[in-house]
Every structure is written in structure tokens, then in C-alpha cells.
Design a protein around this ligand. Structure first.
Ligand code: GCU
Length: 341
């Protein structure tokens, strides 16, 4: 938050960028490509986007100058999606959760217990017949998803209440992402959903406005939530990808050759981020346990799953057109059942 408050406003960023682009003597005519995200510079997503910056500049450096803005410098995720829609910035990383408010189709990947294992999740997300129809569905809203990033498994963590069963969530205020699916999930699990942006969670935990939150392990270390929350409970309720989205007018304005290079760059983002993800989660878990004193709990996930199972049928009833994609995901779930990871 302090970072954000002290950060350059978008207007300042844009005008600074324009100054840099023109240069005092007007020699630098490269187009600036701005990419925003809400993670720290240690995070796999930042490392992957820096690899993208280097790749694009190595191929098209005379034309484009890529700038990666971490840590909500360009605003919250919701704000960055809107900036990407209007073309004020070119790309941002947004959690799939938020995108369901821009296109209903994204609701699918937000369902609790949609994937039976991380192998099933990865295989489904790598299958373009599954992601394609969803990724393209925001074109009319001004942006397109160009690749997905791993954000692991979301689990509950609290300041001082070990969560062993859904009943333990009763009466607790739990921060969720700003998405109708997440609010409904909390309702079914019995907790009290408190939607807010990611950057506000640390202060809300510290000031006891909320009793806990839910996220992957990196939130404990990278975002400091493990300094306040001492119980992290592997109920495994969601595997929600992060999505790199790009402004549609910018993408459509690229020549065919440039687009091919950008596509290669998007694949690189996916590959680097996923490689970095595996070790980042291990390190986060180790640090949380040994330096922050977080206790990891492994409850029976079944009661949690049963509590929100009805969401699958409701989603299919509301979006019958998503049924074939849902079925294709079930085929991966059969191929990679739980317990194999
Ligand atoms: C994860 C995810 C982010 C998201 C955050 C959240 O960190 O990678 O994209 O913003 O969770 O809970 O809001």
C-alpha cells in the first residue's frame, strides 16, 4: 500500500515513458509496451515477464521498449484490467477470478474442486480446445488472454484458528478475491466472505479486520501474510490460474511477423513462470515453516469438497454452452486422479 501510494501514478508513468521514448534529442522512437502485475520482483511471474522483456527486445528492440511494472505500481489487478481494456497499458496479469466479471465463461476455471490434481489442471490449461473458447471470449471487452500462469492451489490460512473442517470457518471473516464465485464458495463453506484487492490483505489481517484469507503458499512469504497468520490448511479448494491479458487493438496492430515473435514470447512467459513456480513454492513453504512459524495442516478435503459441490451443477445450468469444456476437463481428471501428485 505504501509502495502503491508512493508509486508513480499512471499519468506520471505515461508521461515519464513518453519522455523516455522521445528522449531530449528525440532519438528514441521505440514504442513502449507496459506490462503491469501485482506480485513482488522475486515472484515467478515477475521473473517470467522480465524474460519476455529480454526476448522481445532481443528480437524487436529497435521498435519496442518493454517495461514491466510489479507490485501494483499501475494499480490493483481490477484497475490494471481496465487499463488494459482501454489500451492505457498493453498487458497485465490478472487472476482468472477477476476475469469472470468481464466474461461469464471464465467462471468455469474458478469452480472449487474443478481439477482432481495439479497434473489434470496443467493438462487442461495446456489444451487449447479447452482454453481457446474462454480466452477469446473477452475480445469484445477489449482484451484477449495470451497465456496462463501457475498460481498453485488455494488454501485457507488464519491468524489463530486452525481450519480442520468447514465448521471451523463459521463466524470467521475470510478475505476472498472480488468474484461472485468466491463469495458463493465461502457462503457454502460457512465462513463470512470479505472481498478485497490483494494489496489490501496484509493490513486487513494485521488490523484484525479479517481473521484469515485463502491463497497459495507464496502469499505467506512474498506478501508477508505468514508474519500474521500462523495456520495454513491444505483444503485445496481451488486451482485458479493467473492470466496474461493483452489489449486487443495493440495485438491486432502487430504485423504477422511481429505477432509470431510475441506468440513465442508468450510461450516463454508460460514456460519460465511454471519452472520457477515449482521451486518458489518449496522455498515459500520452508521459509513459512522455519522462519515465520506457520503450522501446515492437512485436513480431510472431502467435507470441504462436498460443501461446495452444488456449484458445478449451478454453473452448468447457467452456462450450458460450457458443458463440452467441463466434460473435457473431466476426462483429464480421470486420466490424472488425485493422489498422484
Ligand atoms: C495469487 C494470484 C494473484 C491474485 C492473488 C489474490 O497471488 O497469483 O493473481 O491477485 O492471488 O488473491 O488476489
Amino acid at each position: 500500500r505504501i509502495l502503491r501510494a508512493a508509486a508513480l501514478t499512471l499519468a506520471a508513468v505515461v508521461s515519464l515513458g513518453m519522455l523516455a521514448a522521445c528522449g531530449a534529442s528525440g532519438e528514441d522512437n521505440r514504442q513502449i509496451i507496459r506490462i503491469g502485475h501485482n506480485q513482488s520482483t522475486n515472484h515467478p511471474t515477475h521473473i517470467a515477464l522480465v524474460a519476455f522483456e529480454e526476448f522481445i527486445e532481443s528480437k524487436l528492440g529497435d521498435k519496442y521498449n518493454v517495461e514491466v511494472y510489479p507490485s501494483e505500481l499501475l494499480g490493483s489487478q481490477n484497475e490494471m484490467v481496465q487499463l488494459t481494456q482501454t489500451g492505457a497499458i498493453n498487458f497485465c496479469v490478472a487472476s482468472n477470478s477477476l476475469l469472470e466479471t468481464f466474461s461469464d465463461n471464465y467462471t468455469l476455471f474458478n469452480l472449487p474442486y474443478l481439477f482432481s490434481s495439479s497434473e489434470a489442471y496443467h493438462a487442461a490449461m495446456d489444451d487449447e480446445s479447452i482454453t481457446g473458447p474462454i480466452f477469446e471470449s473477452t475480445k469484445q471487452a477489449g482484451f484477449e488472454a495470451v497465456t496462463w500462469l501457475d498460481a498453485g492451489t488455494r488454501n485457507f490460512y488464519t491468524v489463530n484458528t486452525p481450519i480442520e473442517t468447514p465448521a471451523d470457518l463459521k463466524g470467521l471473516k475470510i478475505r476472498v478475491q472480488q468474484s461472485p464465485t468466491n463469495v458463493e464458495m465461502m457462503r457454502l463453506l460457512g465462513g463470512s466472505a470479505t472481498p478485497m484487492g490483494f494489496g489490501d490483505v496484509y493490513t486487513a489481517l494485521q488490523s484484525k479486520i479479517i481473521d484469515g484469507a485463502e491463497n497459495n503458499e507464496l502469499a505467506l512469504t512474498d506478501n508477508g501474510h505468514g508474519d500474521v497468520c500462523k495456520y495454513y490448511s491444505y483444503d485445496m479448494h481451488q486451482m485458479i490460474p493467473d492470466i496474461l491479458i493483452g489489449n486487443i487493438a495493440f495485438l491486432d496492430g502487430l504485423s504477422e511477423e511481429e505477432r509470431a515473435i510475441f506468440e513465442e514470447g508468450f510461450d516463454l512467459v508460460n514456460q519460465v513462470q511454471r519452472e520457477e513456480w515449482v521451486s518458489a513454492v518449496e522455498e515459500a513453504k520452508d521459509r513459512a515453516q522455519n522462519e515465520q512459524g506457520v503450522e501446515f495442516l492437512y485436513p480431510d478435503t472431502k467435507p470441504f469438497q462436498e460443501a461446495c459441490a452444488s456449484m458445478h451443477d449451478s454453473m452448468l445450468a447457467e452456462h450450458p454452452d460450457l458443458a463440452p469444456i467441463y466434460e473435457a476437463i473431466q476426462a483429464y481428471n480421470e486420466q490424472y486422479p488425485s493422489g498422484e501428485s
